[in-house]
Design a binder for this molecule. Structure first.
Ligand SMILES: [Zn+2]
Ligand SMILES: [Zn+2]
Length: 353
């Protein structure tokens, strides 16, 4: 384990993660349970749902993907904690990605629990329900802007249909104290990975439920796409600094394993992105006037660019664009407004002395 990788706080959970298996349901004490729920995603394998005991039932943080296997694991996990699904009173969702939000509607159907979400992610659901055509058109324009080759742009959009996703019952604003008896749980708005990402903290217990915002090993995907804010990477940096300033003894993430050194992990994530920003700036000094797709294809990735399928190339280019927008904000890059947009370090822009 390198100095940048925070130590686990649960040996059994960490060892399961290392063996690439699903960790056990764990009683974390004080009425708190960790329930791993399997995902149909090989890289992540499971989402960690947290169950918080209440005087009259239980609240959960995140819900899992909407599959039969996930449902069975969730109900079995609640059972191990001494609850049935009908006992769930609240579903607090960190963000609308399907591994977190997918099963919220089914829990509500069986229990009458309320579902809480930040308004910025709730607004994205509205667009996905009511205005899918606009979303598809926005996506097409973005693909042109970034210089997506025609054959890649024509490939199926693979737009997820959120047909079974429920609208939230309560909107949870930044700083809101959740109404959960026996807990002092507060919402911390942490945009970046998604516009309405929420972490939850219980200051008395020194806990941070970090969702996908801070994970011990994975760098969360920070990508520009039509359902993002103007500068997601700057948002992410601000959100990282924000949680690093909280008094946190233990981080309870939605994937991988629980860990302790939050400021160390935040520092490492910031450093990782600064290195990426430097690499992108260097690539543009070598190819001034290139579009985002072309720069993306030249960067180092976990696998060779040529081995990426269309979806992965688009996702990777969305990440590159998020970095380029931050460089633009810092005055390190400028762009033309054409289709595709072309990017320059300011001193290399044609016509400047
Ligand atoms: Zn996510
Ligand atoms: Zn996730």
């Amino acid at each position: 384990m390198s100095e940048h990788e925070p130590g686990p706080v649960s040996r059994v959970q960490w060892e399961a993660w290392r063996r690439k298996s699903i960790p056990p349901v764990e009683d974390l004490g004080g009425g708190l349970w960790s329930i791993p729920v399997p995902l149909p995603l090989e890289a992540l394998r499971y989402v960690l749902v947290y169950a918080l005991e209440l005087p009259d039932g239980v609240a959960v943080i995140d819900a899992g993907w909407d599959t039969a296997e996930a449902w069975d694991a969730l109900t079995a996990g609640l059972g191990a904690a001494g609850f049935g699904v009908a006992d769930v009173r609240a579903v607090l969702v960190t963000h609308i990605h399907p591994d977190h939000y997918g099963l919220a509607h089914r829990i509500r159907e069986e229990s009458g629990a309320w579902i809480g979400l930040h308004p910025a992610d709730a607004a994205l659901l509205e667009v996905r329900y009511d205005d899918v055509d606009t979303l598809i058109e926005d996506n097409r324009v973005l693909l042109e802007r970034i210089g997506t080759p025609d054959e890649q742009a024509r490939a199926s959009m693979g737009m997820r249909r959120f047909v079974s996703v429920a609208r939230p019952d309560r909107l949870i604003e930044d700083g809101r104290r959740l109404d959960l008896r026996g807990w002092d749980l507060r919402a911390v708005w942490t945009p970046g990975h998604s516009p309405g990402h929420l972490c939850f903290t219980d200051p008395g217990r020194g806990l941070l439920f970090s969702g996908d915002h801070v994970l011990p090993k994975i760098t969360p995907n920070i990508s520009m796409h039509p359902q993002q804010r103007a500068n997601p990477l700057q948002d992410f940096f601000d959100s990282l600094r924000r949680v690093a300033g909280l008094d946190v003894r233990e981080v309870l993430p939605a994937h991988e394993y629980r860990f302790a050194d939050l400021p160390g992990r935040v520092a490492h994530l910031l450093e990782h992105h600064e290195e990426r920003l430097e690499e992108i700036e260097k690539a543009l000094r070598e190819r001034p006037g290139a579009d985002c797709w072309r720069i993306s294809s030249r960067l180092t990735w976990s696998r060779p660019w040529a081995s990426f399928d269309t979806h992965s190339k688009r996702a990777a280019t969305g990440e590159t664009l998020a970095h380029m927008l931050l460089l633009e904000q810092r005055g390190r890059l400028v762009r033309s407004g054409g289709r595709p947009e072309r990017w320059w370090p300011p001193e290399l822009l044609p016509g400047t002395l």
